[in-house]
Write a protein that binds this ligand. Structure first.
Ligand code: DOR
Length: 448
C-alpha cells in the first residue's frame, strides 16, 4: 500500500463557511481532489470518516516554544508535538527566547533547530528592538511571517520604547507588525502602589488592575494611531478588553484591513472570577479581565472586529508559577487544549464551527499570506484535523504533552476531541500518540 496516497471517505468538512459531506483524495503532501464518491485503485489507504468532522489544520499565530535558551520550560520538539495533538499543524513562534531573535543570524539558528526537531510546520517572527532597524529591513519577507514588537514589557524584557525608532520601523517595513500592547508607565505605577500595600504577595485579583484596561487601551490606541499615520500593516495581539474593540473595524474584508486584531483562548475562557481558584496559573500578560470583557471578546470575534484566534502558548515550569505574585512569570501552556476548548464553546452556543475555522485556520493564512495552507482546497497541502465532536473528556495531568507537565485546564471537562491530525499528507497524530516520523515543513509566505 502506498502510505502517502489516501482517500478519506464520507467526511463532514467544515471549510470556507460551509459544512459539507465529501470524499478527499490526498496524493503525496497535497489535496488532489475534493468530490462526492471518489473511487481509487486498491493501493490507496482508504479511511472511512463517517460521523467525523474534518477541518483545516489550525495555524497558531502566536506561540512561545522557548528554544533556544529557555529549554528548562519547553522546546520546539515537545511543544510542536503538543500542538499536533491539539490540531495545530502550523505555528508562528515569538522572538523572546535567549538569545532573542533580533538578528538574522539568530533567526537562521532558530530555523535550523526547527528543521531538525519540529513536529509541526513552523515559521519564526523577528523581534524589533530599539536598535535593529537595519536587520529588519534586510529580512527575507517570504520566510519571515511578521515583525514582533513588545510595546509593553513581558517575559524576556524586549520593550521597544524609543518613539523615534517606533516611527522609523512603522514607516519603513512592509512586514505585518504584530504588537504586544500594554502601557509600561501605567503598569509600573499600578504595581508600585500594589506592592506598597501588599508587599510581594499581591493577591492575584489585583493583576487585572495592575495590568489594567487603561494600560491596554493607551498602548493599543497609540499603536493604531501610529499605524494610521504611517500606513503600516498592524496586527494587535491578544486583545483582552471590551474597550479596545472600538479600535477595530468589521465593515471591510480582512484582506483590505490595514489594522487587524487577535484574541486568545485564555481571554475567551477565563475571567477575573477564576483568579480565586486558579491563582498564578492564569497569570497572563495582558491579564484575564472581567466577565463583561470576556463577553465582549466573544461578540467581537463573532462580528469580525477580531480577526484571528490564537493561543499565546507560553509555558513556564510549575515551580516558577508557584511563586508569589511578583516572582511568578506570566504565561501558560495552551496549544494542546485550545481547539477542544473552542469546540466546547461551540456546544455551549458561543461560536459556530464555521467561525472557529475562519478565525483559527483561514484568517491566519490570509493575514500572513501563508502559502497553500489554512483551507481545504485542491492543490493545497493536506494539513487536516479529524474531530469527534461528541466525545467528552477531562483534562488530566497525565495526558498533558507539554514539557512543563501542567495545564491551566486541568480538571476541565471538554466536549470535542481531536481524533487525528494529518500533516503534509502524513498521519502526525492519532489514537493519543504523536507519530515518530515528522513531515513538518518550514512555512513560506506568498509575497513580493
Ligand atoms: O503572559 C505572557 N507570557 N504574555 C506574553 O506576552 C509573553 C509570554 C511569555 O513569553 O511568557
Amino acid at each position: 500500500m502506498n502510505q502517502s496516497n489516501k482517500l478519506i471517505k464520507n467526511a463532514t468538512l467544515v471549510n470556507e463557511n460551509e459544512i459539507l459531506q465529501c470524499d478527499l483524495l490526498i496524493c503525496g503532501n497535497r489535496i488532489e481532489k475534493i468530490a462526492s464518491n471518489i473511487e481509487v485503485s486498491p493501493n490507496y489507504e482508504v479511511i472511512d470518516a463517517s460521523g467525523k468532522y474534518i477541518i483545516p489544520g489550525l495555524i497558531d499565530d502566536q506561540v512561545h516554544f522557548r528554544e533556544p535558551g529557555l529549554t528548562h520550560k519547553a522546546c520546539i520538539h515537545t511543544e510542536s508535538k503538543a500542538a499536533l495533538a491539539g490540531g495545530i499543524t502550523s505555528f508562528l513562534e515569538m522572538p523572546n527566547t535567549k538569545p532573542q531573535t533580533t538578528t538574522r543570524a539568530e533567526w537562521e539558528a532558530k530555523n535550523r533547530i526547527a528543521a531538525e526537531t519540529s513536529f509541526a510546520n513552523y515559521a519564526f517572527m523577528f523581534g524589533g528592538t530599539n536598535d535593529n532597524l537595519e536587520e529588519i529591513l534586510a529580512l527575507d519577507n517570504k520566510r519571515v511571517p511578521a515583525l514582533k514588537l513588545f510595546l509593553g514589557s513581558s517575559t524576556g524584557n524586549m520593550l521597544v520604547d524609543n518613539p523615534e525608532v517606533l516611527r522609523a520601523i512603522f514607516s519603513s517595513t512592509k512586514l505585518v507588525i504584530a504588537v504586544h500592547c500594554e502601557d509600561e508607565q501605567s503598569i509600573r505605577t499600578n504595581l508600585k502602589a500594589a506592592q506598597e500595600k501588599y508587599g510581594d504577595d499581591i493577591p492575584m485579583a489585583e493583576h487585572p488592575l495592575i495590568r489594567s484596561e487603561e494600560a491596554c487601551y493607551l498602548s493599543s490606541s497609540q499603536a493604531v494611531a501610529l499605524a494610521k499615520e504611517t500606513g503600516a500593516r498592524l496586527h494587535v495581539f491578544h486583545v483582552s478588553t471590551a474597550k479596545e474593540l472600538e479600535l477595530f473595524r468589521n465593515d471591510i474584508p480582512l484582506k483590505e484591513k490595514k489594522i487587524t486584531a487577535e484574541v486568545c483562548i485564555h481571554h475567551l475562557w477565563f475571567s477575573a472570577e477564576d483568579y480565586q481558584t486558579k491563582g498564578t496559573r492564569i497569570k497572563w500578560n495582558p491579564a484575564v479581565k472581567t466577565k463583561e470583557d470576556r463577553a465582549a471578546l466573544w461578540e467581537g470575534l463573532n462580528t469580525d472586529l477580531l480577526d484571528v484566534l490564537a493561543t499565546d502558548h507560553a509555558p513556564h515550569t510549575e515551580e516558577e508559577k508557584n511563586q508569589v505574585y511578583t516572582k511568578a512569570p506570566s504565561g501558560g501552556p495552551l496549544v494542546q487544549h485550545a481547539l477542544p476548548a473552542l469546540l466546547t464553546a461551540y456546544h455551549q452556543g458561543k461560536i459556530t464551527l464555521e467561525k472557529i475555522v475562519q478565525k483559527a485556520c483561514h484568517n491566519p493564512a490570509l493575514l500572513f499570506d501563508v502559502k497553500d495552507r489554512g483551507y481545504i482546497r485542491e492543490g493545497y497541502y493536506a494539513d487536516l484535523v479529524v474531530l469527534d465532536l461528541d466525545k467528552e473528556f477531562e483534562v488530566t495531568k497525565k495526558d498533558v504533552l507539554y514539557q512543563c507537565g501542567w495545564s491551566p485546564f486541568e480538571g476541565t471537562q471538554f466536549k470535542g476531541y481531536v481524533e487525528a491530525t494529518l500533516l503534509n499528507g502524513q498521519w502526525a497524530y492519532s489514537k493519543g500518540q504523536v507519530h515518530p516520523q515528522s513531515a513538518a515543513m518550514e512555512l513560506t509566505f506568498d509575497r513580493e
